[in-house]
Write a protein that binds this ligand. Structure first.
Ligand SMILES: *[C@@H]1O[C@H](CO)[C@@H](O)[C@H](O)[C@H]1NC(C)=O
Length: 183
């Protein structure tokens, strides 16, 4: 009898907490299996990278999102740093200009990723999706510029591609998070 009363008390308080505090409800873990990861990765632009990064790494979808997010953060700041020597080594005005614009795009991309980190911690998945996409758009603008005006085989494009992939994987996970939290 006593244990049933206790159970009832716990159940009631839990219901109250979830009811009056929707953010508590949102922070419940969202279980994710390797089959889910396979499905998500099939929607990304870099399937095998995605599988390699995510498989067996976390059981919770929110936690899983942190993996590409941290990689994107590291990659954005490293890529932005890699642009400065390229500006100095540029052979002509056109190259200097292309890298300078690129550098601005990457500053903004880095801001988007920092914002994404904040939004993930607030469980604002809608905002997170916008931030992830915005980071990809900035990086794409830079990549197209380098490929067109400098060299389509520039090693810089590899770094740029890695960054775009991390953001793309984050974007796909975010879509999944939104499916769970808006239904
Ligand atoms: C990239 O940076 C340049 C220079 O600031 C800017 O004109 C362009 O709109 C940026 N592209 C994107 C997609 O933000």
């Amino acid at each position: 009898m006593v244990s049933f009363a206790r159970f009832l008390l716990i159940a009631t308080s839990l219901a109250i907490i979830l009811f009056i505090n929707p953010s508590a409800a949102k922070s419940r873990p969202i279980l994710v299996t390797n089959a889910d990861i396979k499905t998500m990765c099939s929607k990304t632009e870099a399937h095998s990278l995605c599988l390699r990064l995510l498989t067996n790494q976390a059981n919770d979808l929110h936690e899983l999102a942190m993996i590409p997010l941290y990689l994107a953060l590291k990659s954005a700041s490293q890529t932005r740093q890699a642009i400065s020597p390229l500006i100095r080594q540029a052979k002509n005005y056109k190259e200097t200009q292309a890298y300078a614009l690129c550098s601005q795009n990457y500053s903004e991309a880095l801001d988007s990723v920092k914002l994404a980190l904040l939004l993930l911690s607030k469980h604002d998945y809608r905002g997170l999706r916008v931030a992830a996409l915005s980071a990809v758009v900035k990086a794409k603008a830079c990549g197209v510029r380098v490929a067109t005006f400098i060299n389509p085989f520039s090693p810089f494009l590899q770094k740029n591609g890695d960054f775009k992939n991390y953001c793309n994987i984050l974007w796909v996970i975010t879509n999944r998070l939104l499916e769970y939290t808006t239904s």
